[in-house]
Design a protein. Structure first.
Length: 198
């Protein structure tokens, strides 16, 4: 994480504390779900790069059941099954599939450790976004939703072209709760289809 402690104590930091959310990122999912209706009550949601658990908390609040995955531990949340594993490893996909073969939504806020070197951070983020998509392709139900964070940079157009044939609706979005100077954007894909047709 970059920035000093003082920088982190913005509006969303205090709001998260007040509402008992584990991350300010929780508000990004709340805002995006209000606009794009990615998760609904009764859904089975796969949350990739889930720790400390803010997005999982929001998905549970919406009424979803959650399978959460992170390379780091995550304290338990009721309604959430947690897998500690690396999303780039095939073994993690196997463990996800052991719980269920089909998910209504795959959401990924996975981020590399920030080096401060724009190109390195961008390329590592692209790798994580692609790993998230490779999992989504295997487990998303037809018609399902996909949400993934990407740090902007020159590879983003190429990634969008890889993703876009798989979704009826697709776009990049920057939620209000993202920090102003952040380079992050979210790819939103709805209406998943396995066919490679445009
Ligand atoms: C910004 S945090 C996610 C915050 C979360 N959405 C929340 O609201 O609490 C990014 C997470 O991605 C995880 N991550 C990074 N690389 C990963 C990998 N290869 N496999 C699984 N998780 C990874 C990190 O451990 C970190 O917890």
């Amino acid at each position: 994480m970059s920035g000093n402690r003082k920088d982190k104590r913005d509006h969303y930091y205090w709001e998260a504390k007040k509402k008992g959310y584990r991350s300010r990122a929780a508000f990004k999912l709340l805002q995006m779900n209000r606009t794009f209706k990615l998760i609904k009550s009764g859904d089975l949601v796969l949350d990739l790069g889930s720790s400390p658990g803010g997005w999982s908390q929001i998905a549970v609040e919406i009424g979803a059941t959650v399978v959460a995955v992170d390379i780091n531990p995550m304290p338990p949340i009721e309604g959430v099954k947690f897998i500690q594993g690396d999303i780039t490893s095939p073994e993690t996909l196997e463990r996800i599939r052991e719980i269920s073969e089909a998910y209504d939504a795959v959401i990924s806020d996975a981020s590399p450790k920030i080096t401060g070197k724009w190109t390195i951070d961008h390329l590592r983020s692209i790798d994580l976004a692609r790993a998230s998509f490779n999992i989504a392709k295997e487990v998303l139900k037809p018609g399902g939703s996909f949400l993934v964070k990407i740090f902007q940079g020159e590879e983003i157009g190429k990634l969008f072209n890889e993703f876009k044939p798989y979704f009826r609706f697709k776009k990049f979005h920057s939620p209000k709760a993202s920090r102003k100077r952040s380079s992050e954007v979210y790819f939103i894909g709805k209406g998943f289809r396995r066919a490679h047709s445009q």
